[in-house]
Design a protein. Sequence first.
Length: 222
Amino acid sequence: MPDLTPLWLTLQIASFATAIAFVFGVAFAWLTARFSFWGRDFLDAILTLPLVMPPTVLGYYLIVVWGRNGWLGSRLNAHFGISLMFTWQGAVLAGTVVAFPLLFKSARAAFEGVSTEYEQAARILGDTELRVFFRITLPLAARGLLAGTMLAFARAMGDFGATLMVAGNIEGKTQTASMAVFDAVQAGDYTLANTLVAIMSLVCVAILVTINKLASRGRAGR
């Protein structure tokens, strides 16, 4: 029986990364979708940048910021004795960054698709901005948010370059399924490689099929 530890670790890391990306992705998506302000396009470009940036370059930026001698990492290490490098938390950080743009863009499109008339009607009836968001905006954008969340999860699950640079490839600790496949192929262990590839492929196909169904229901409901 092949060792599936990297797969379980991958699912845990991707879950944490997606949850963090969801919180920040939804917040920034709502901000850029509902407000016009100077520098909005530049902010959008910066938030989307990890989507097109080479993984190794992205990993380097993460090291510069979060490494032991990085802008934030040095302070985190000095004041709290915490280092994200070569830990599963570092893998979560890398997964969050690579997954964020997919969730952000999907969420922004979903919010822009919600008519402001419904929100304005709720405000006229006395709802606060917080109630408008949770009772009107969020439910109406739910399909797009769910699709973005699933895409973000798949992206976090499949990351290799950024995660490798930040968290390393430590067996049983930071070795994700993608790294385990690479190592298995290098070692000639095609049983493990085939098993991991098959499982990850099935998960990705299931995610894409679900997203397509959500999109079809969304078009049918218009």
